[in-house]
Design a protein. Structure first.
Lengths: 307, 319
């Protein structure tokens, strides 16, 4: 009696899903991944709220240069990661106050930083016989299944610290993000909060690079937060939702990648996160998001084409 | 690069040496086309403050190219196909015309997600392909080796199409970029122009990423235009300056990469960044001199410092 195929396949999947937590590398991945996602969800929500996604993009790409510089000079990879991202985050926030709208400066700096990263990559691959391109690919695209117990614990610890600081400054930061002028008038240190926040965003970026890689990290920051911002306009609910969505993406992504081996975990995580965002779009529909009074056309007599 | 005899110090000999190999001639032809196209498109992009979108459109070329490699077709198809598709997505879901400025933060979340997802797809394609790693870094960070005459031809045709359409819409596009509200009131189709421009931007980004790689397109797309707009406010002058800077960066970068072991992406981005810093410093000095010398010079604010309508929620209200 051969069981029908439709019955065999699900049981096979369930059987292998049952063993999922028996693998140590999956335990480490879940331990680190959960806290990384939690931190990314919280930080990302504020990035979206403050319109600083582009700055987040820069921070995520800086991780690449930082990590490769560390590799090229033989320093521990994590030192390079955290030092560069936190420094860049703080510097950007410090300069940002005067010309807030400097997306050209951000873009320019960012191209150069990536260019430097390529230089370090060349130095690393030519100078060290042990080094090969694989290290660069790991930094760019992450390798969450490659964590061992010590690195997973460290990643989780850093994640807890970021989450705690975020929760601590969430209320004043929310106030400062939504209405900086009134917040400043109430004595909230708007500028200092901005600096702390981008420093934290840098730490979160360095942290998450180990899981999803420098290039894909932006999705973990932006997609859950964007979905949360779409689903609710209440800030604290949105913050919670964003963190929850990020963690859910991480878990589902890890499981999918475990069950379907050719799919790399970074892709699975990102695909779930992006899918969630698309779903949020579908659920809320194309409501115009109250984009202010649309510009009424001038009275008929005034509107004549000049060009 | 081991066969090269190295720098001799003799300028003429060194320049001749550059063009001994046909691949270098192709590289220079391709570089020139790309520098001109991305300079002109980039000028409008900086004016419209769409650099984040431009970056994303460039990055999307990576899954395009790696997907094309996986399927066994020319990467050029992948670059153009994916960039144009992403331009359509961003135009369709993006902020609606002039009224949409307030939704910038949401728009940036969309762009960021599209970008990260595109890179993730690229990674998936690469790991499915199990190809060599050198290929990935070339796609991401550019390579000027092995550009074929066919590729130069494709770049040339695409460049001509891009510039032709840009020439046709240049005037209304300029109007719509500088003052969307008034342009809309005058009957200029602001939203439609924005969509057309995003498509052009996709084309230009796809072109540039074949030289600089997906991640470094910014160096050719943003920096020359940003530098020129710092230096002068007159549109015609700054467009020509943009072209000049773009060409200088590309030509010098190619020569440096030819004579050394560091990758081209590093040279192009570093030269571009240096040009931008120099221009900023010059502008700072000029502003300071103007401030000291009295209020006679009022041209201190360049186009890039044009008073912007509050695009971010916290942008306005100086306390």
């Amino acid at each position: 009696m051969s069981a029908p195929l439709s019955l065999v396949l699900p049981t096979a999947v369930i059987a292998s899903a049952g063993t999922i937590f028996e693998q140590p590398f999956m335990q480490y991945a879940f331990l680190a991944g959960t806290l990384i996602a939690l931190a990314a969800g919280l930080v990302g929500y504020f990035l979206v709220l403050r319109g600083q996604v582009f700055a987040g993009d820069l921070l995520t790409h800086v991780t690449f240069t930082g990590a490769l510089a560390a590799l090229a000079f033989g320093v521990d990879l994590r030192v390079g990661l955290f030092a560069t991202t936190i420094a860049v985050g703080v510097i950007m926030a410090g300069l940002g106050e005067r010309g807030h709208a400097d997306d050209v400066l951000t873009g320019t700096t960012f191209a150069w930083i990536l260019g430097l990263g390529v230089l370090f990559l060349t130095l690393f691959t030519t100078n060290r016989s042990t080094g090969n391109g694989a290290a660069a690919i790991r930094v760019l695209f992450g390798s969450i299944f490659g964590l061992n117990l010590a690195t997973a614990q460290l990643a989780a610890g850093v994640g807890v610290a970021i989450v705690l600081v975020m929760l601590l400054i969430a209320r004043p930061l929310l106030f400062a993000s939504l209405d900086p002028a009134v917040a400043a008038a109430h004595g909230v240190p708007v500028k200092l909060l901005g600096v702390i926040f981008l420093g934290l965003a840098g730490a979160a970026a360095a942290e998450a690079t180990q899981a999803v890689g420098a290039l894909l990290l932006l999705g973990l920051l932006a997609a859950p937060a964007g979905a949360a911002a779409r689903l609710t306009s209440r800030p604290f609910l949105g913050l919670t939702l964003s963190a929850a969505l990020a963690v859910a993406s991480m878990w589902i992504g890890l499981v999918v990648s475990y069950l379907v081996p050719p799919v790399p975990p970074s892709f699975a995580i990102l695909a779930v996160a992006a899918g969630g965002y698309a779903l949020a779009f579908a659920v809320t529909g194309r409501q115009p998001q109250n984009s202010g009074p649309s510009k009424e056309p001038l009275p008929a007599g005034l509107g004549h084409p000049v060009l | 690069m081991t066969e090269v005899s190295g720098l001799t110090g003799n300028l003429v000999a060194d320049v001749t040496q550059l063009f001994v190999f046909p691949f270098m001639v192709n590289a220079y032809l391709a570089g020139t086309i790309v520098a001109v196209v991305s300079g002109l498109i980039g000028w409008f992009m900086v004016l419209r403050r769409e650099s984040f979108a431009g970056h994303t459109l460039a990055v999307v070329g990576f899954p395009g190219a790696s997907g094309a490699t996986l399927l066994g077709i020319s990467p050029a198809f992948g670059f153009f196909g994916f960039s144009l598709a992403a331009a359509l997505v961003i135009a369709a879901t993006g902020a609606r015309g002039n009224g949409g400025r307030r939704t910038r933060s949401e728009e940036s979340a969309v762009i960021g997600t599209v970008q990260a997802f595109a890179l993730a797809c690229g990674f998936l394609f690469v790991s499915l392909y199990r190809g060599n790693i050198q290929g990935i870094t070339a796609l991401l960070f550019g390579s000027f080796l092995g550009i074929t005459t066919d590729q130069v031809l494709v770049l040339g045709v695409a460049g001509l199409v891009t510039l032709g359409v840009l020439g046709a819409v240049a005037r209304p596009l300029f109007f719509a970029s500088v003052d969307p509200a008034v342009a809309a009131a005058e009957g200029v189709p602001v939203f439609g122009l924005g969509a057309v421009f995003l498509l052009l931007l996709g084309l230009a980004a796809a072109e540039a990423s074949q030289i600089t790689g997906s991640l470094l397109v910014f160096a050719l797309l943003v920096v020359p235009a940003a530098t020129a707009q710092i230096l002068t406010t007159r549109p015609a002058v700054s467009v020509s300056l943009t072209l000049l800077i773009g060409l200088a960066i590309t030509w010098l970068g190619l020569a440096l990469a030819y004579y050394s072991s560091a990758p081209i992406g590093f040279y192009i981005t570093s030269l571009a960044f240096a040009a931008y810093l120099l221009a900023s410093a010059r502008r700072l000095l000029a502003d300071r001199a103007a401030a000291r010398g009295g209020p006679a010079r009022s041209s201190g604010t360049g186009m890039s410092a044009m008073p912007r309508p509050a695009t971010t929620p916290q942008g306005g209200h100086p306390s």
